[in-house]
Design a protein around this ligand. Structure first.
Ligand code: C2E
Ligand code: MG
Ligand code: MG
Ligand code: MG
Length: 285
């Protein structure tokens, strides 16, 4: 029965994902230049606590300010970065920029956790935890302030390596989150054995769930699982008031999505936060 349910989640996930084709392919040389010439930048999307409405943290999402193509989104260049062996250098840049931005926010009185996305390619290498710690040393960010998001659909190619790496990250107090949950193929056993502390339910099961019974059922199944595993649940893709009311009443822990905020530059976070606190009264009530 659970296996059948998992299969349904996977199918739902596949249908719900929209393939965003890159405008064009980028060469390894162009990608290397993007990093070397500082054309990559971070936007940040807030996560909020669904019970209190509190600002819980931000997810850093990388963008490329391309000299001719304008602002390029990650789906168009992350696969190329992975294929060209540039992904660790990209991750390092994301983390260094984020740490500087968080320091500035702290000076304004905002203290929040940071989530960054890590590629499965990185998790396949045994030295990854040491690499993250070396990066953290460069930034002055505490390990407990960092959450690494790993996309579920790419998990499981090498479960033993992943287990070892995740365990070593957790030992150092670094948070680990399963991103786009429901789109992958992790077995219940794997979930039981891998030391995750957050489950981010894919937006394919969140957006519109109030009115769509299948999405709703899958979303609630994911939530039950997070509860059983005793880990935090986060709903992605909360796009409107209906989604918000639904995820709030479901008992999910945190939410993220355009209804709360689009990904924005760090400098806009304090003003967003002030507006959010105003909105909260009505939304949490
Ligand atoms: P993700 O980690 O699942 O990030 C969420 C994506 O959904 C973001 O797209 C975000 O802008 C979008 N999103 C957020 N809220 C909503 C909503 O309410 N509705 C809809 N329709 N979409 C929403 P983005 O920024 O284009 O990033 C796409 C993916 O690229 C990310 O998916 C992540 O897997 C990857 N990525 C982003 N930054 C990095 C990075 O620094 N390193 C690596 N390895 N991957 C990254
Ligand atoms: Mg993510
Ligand atoms: Mg996601
Ligand atoms: Mg997703």
């Amino acid at each position: 029965c659970l296996q059948a349910m998992l299969r349904r989640w996977q199918e739902g996930g596949r249908h719900a994902r929209t393939a965003s084709a890159p405008a064009r392919g980028y060469t390894a040389a162009e990608l290397a230049r993007a990093i070397a010439e500082g054309q990559l930048l971070n936007h940040y999307q807030p996560k909020v606590d669904l019970r209190s409405g509190a600002f819980a943290g931000v997810e850093a999402l990388v963008r490329w300010q391309h000299p001719e193509d304008g602002l390029v989104f990650p789906d168009a260049f992350i696969p190329g970065m992975e294929a060209s062996g540039l992904i660790d250098e990209l991750t390092r840049g994301v983390l260094l920029r984020a740490a500087a931005d968080l320091r500035a926010l702290r000076a304004e009185g905002l203290r929040i956790r940071l989530a960054i996305n890590v590629s499965m390619d990185s998790l396949d290498r045994l030295g990854f935890p040491e690499l993250v710690c070396a990066m953290l040393d460069e930034t002055g960010l505490a390990p407990a302030e960092l959450i690494l998001e790993v996309t579920e659909s790419r998990l499981g190619s090498n479960p033993l390596t992943a287990l070892d790496i995740l365990a070593r990250l957790r030992l150092r107090q670094i948070g680990v989150s399963i991103d786009d949950f429901g789109t992958g193929h992790s077995s219940l056993r794997q979930l039981r054995d891998l030391p995750f502390d957050e489950l981010k339910i894919d937006r394919g099961f969140v957006t519109g769930a109030r009115k769509l019974p299948t999405r709703r059922a899958i979303f609630c199944g994911c939530l039950d699982m997070a509860r059983e595993l005793n880990i935090r649940s986060v709903a992605e893709g909360v796009e409107d008031r209906d989604d918000w009311d639904f995820v709030r009443s479901s008992g999910c822990d945190q939410a993220q999505g355009y209804f709360i905020s689009r990904p924005i530059p760090a400098a806009e976070l304090p003003a967003w936060h002030a507006r959010w606190q105003q909105r909260c009264g009505e939304l949490i009530g």
